[in-house]
Design a protein around this ligand. Structure first.
Ligand code: DX5
Ligand code: ZN
Length: 238
């Protein structure tokens, strides 16, 4: 594994921002990454295979090019039917973490495959999937990603009902002291970020709200500031 250390734009306790490169211009990917980097804690890399979701996006070669271009932590969201076949390629390319879907079945062999290759472990669930399906794994993973849209496309509307799942997971993690961050992905903007942070999210993925903005850094910083304020307020009332 050749990943370089993560660079963080914010202190450890802050809400983290993960721009999703799905909304970047792939013909100018390096330039687009450079534009958002000053306000980014990591990059969210959406990998789609045309089977798990109808869309095909990118794979190891693009991760490898990103790795050479940026020291940012590369968080790879694998929306694919058979993630295990990608692990060697992604580890060699320099992926820092891979996120796999619970809808595929028992994730433990996938966790082992990621750990064996030195990558971080993330688990995610789609909006219709019950939160109970991921609770048994919170002690074993670095990240639980709550999907707030059905995966496949950027620019969809946030599904607020998933916040109930965030609250349940937040309570479980805090009650047991698990070392697991909560991320949310889909429809995050300066408004929905408030609710997501108040519910207990640590990391906010945002694609179109950042890359389609006239000033991506300002957009990311606005989302972070709104989330920070909501998180502080929520902690004050809990
Ligand atoms: C959807 C992807 C998301 C997407 C989010 O399948 O997993 O990461 O890029 O895009 P926005 O922020 O535009 O909803
Ligand atoms: Zn994603």
């Amino acid at each position: 594994m050749t990943a370089t250390p993560a660079e963080s734009a914010t202190p450890a306790e802050s809400v983290k921002i993960a721009p999703s490169i799905l909304s970047a211009d792939f013909a100018h990917l390096g330039a687009d990454v450079d534009r958002v980097a000053p306000a980014s804690d990591m990059l969210h890399v959406d990998v789609m295979d045309g089977h798990f979701v109808p869309v095909i996006t990118l794979g190891g070669p693009v991760v490898k090019s990103l790795r050479k271009h940026t020291p940012l932590f590369l968080d790879c969201h694998l929306m694919v039917d058979n993630p295990a076949v990608l692990f060697d390629d992604f580890a060699d390319a320099g992926a820092d973490r891979c996120i796999v879907h619970i809808e595929l079945g028992d994730p433990r062999p996938l966790f082992d495959g990621l750990r064996d290759r030195g990558m971080g472990v993330g688990l995610t669930l789609n909006p219709p999937t019950p939160v109970e399906s991921v609770l048994p794994f919170l002690a074993e993973i670095d990240l639980l990603l709550v999907m707030s849209v059905n995966p496949g496309w950027g620019g969809q509307s946030f599904i607020p009902e998933v916040l109930d799942k965030v609250r349940v997971v937040r309570q479980e993690i805090d009650a047991h002291g698990y070392d697991c961050e909560i991320e949310i992905d889909g429809g995050i903007n300066v408004t929905t970020a408030v609710d997501a942070a108040a519910a207990g999210c640590d990391i906010l993925v945002a694609g179109s709200a950042i890359f389609k903005a006239d000033d991506p850094v300002a957009a990311a910083n606005d989302i972070r500031a709104a989330a920070e304020a909501a998180r502080t307020a929520a902690k004050g009332t809990s």
